[in-house]
Design a protein around this ligand. Sequence first.
Ligand code: SAH
Length: 404
Amino acid sequence: MNLAGELILKPGKERSLLRRHPWVYDTAVARVTGKPASGATMAVRSASGAWLAWAAFSPSSTLRARCWSFVEADVIDAAWISARVKAAVQRRDHLAPATNATRLVFGEADQLPGLVVDRYADQLVMQCQAAGVEAQRAAIIEALVTATGCGNVYDRSDSATRKREGLEPSHGVARGAEPAERIAVHEHGVHYAVDVRRGHKTGFYVDQRDNRALARALVQRLRTTGVAAPRALNCFCYTGGFSLALAAGGAGSVLSIDSSAEALALAAHNADLNGQASVHAWRNADVFEALRALKAEAVAPFDLIVLDPPKFASTHHHVDRAARAYKDIALNALRLLAPGGYLMTFSCSGAIDVDLFQKIIAGAVIDARVDCQMLKRLAAGEDHPLLMTHPEGEYLKGILLQRL
Ligand code: SAH
């Protein structure tokens, strides 16, 4: 391989790489040989000179390199990228009967560090969140088109992560035609319109697919256990992901709350697409305030409540404040939950692990002075796998509670 240089680690810093953890922090680096450009492929070596990995160099990030491969015989070129992309796409083939909105590539978990690709019908949306995948952009786009047969790739590389990598935001058509204003997708028979240009992340929260299906099944279960027209509340509803699933399960009414009028407009449009308009009520409000207001309004209790907020802790520094916020909404939701009702509560903060989240929610249950069973821990769908050697990849966690 035509290498731009080598990255030599400090003594002892080879240990995480020997365990195949794919990140090299700047503090682990003793020196860099040559004059590698941002994203260049380098050999990573221990202080004693032993080869450890092929990695992409990121000169301005504290995450100084991300490993492509721990196999010395690998050659990191377009053919290698193409094989990894193809394998990632094929691992999602089994989802096709359920939906045409899937994550095709999930960064480190798919051994393509920093690359996210979602598919919405025939539109691909990519995010290059690290210098390595940015440098391989042309090969990645070519590989995606070949692996999927989709000719349209939109770039939504506008995330904060790029700044840390010293990369400018990049937003626009990467291949093919300008995407439609609203792309029609389906998930378990429910239709959604996705705005890949202006929506969050790549447009839609595909990671919640299984949990939306569970919400729908819980409504059905409530109906078979004597709650004729379950009352559902969906907080932080965005474009109606859970709202529509709840209605599809036969909820008698669904109240959805979000602070974004734009998201609510698309949510209402999505409800119309599914002939559900009469079931839904939309409230443009701050959830922290709205939960208190609902209590003050003495509304009838809800049989199922979903709390799926944005990331409250962006780093470890924000964990305490985020914990208070997660507890606050859970406590106020529990005050609105009917006996026998379900609460699905989520956190997508990577800095809050699943055990801490469970403790936070237990604290809310104690303060609410109710008895609850935890029925299940919840996570992202199978198209968001976790690389076992990279626990940092786990971000979405949830808890399903039933009030006794
Ligand atoms: N559950 C959604 C995704 C939620 S994304 C789905 O499955 O598709 C988080 C949403 O919370 C965004 O739509 C954002 O507008 C909204 N939001 C953020 N802070 C809020 C607040 N304090 N009150 C109400 N909505 C908020």
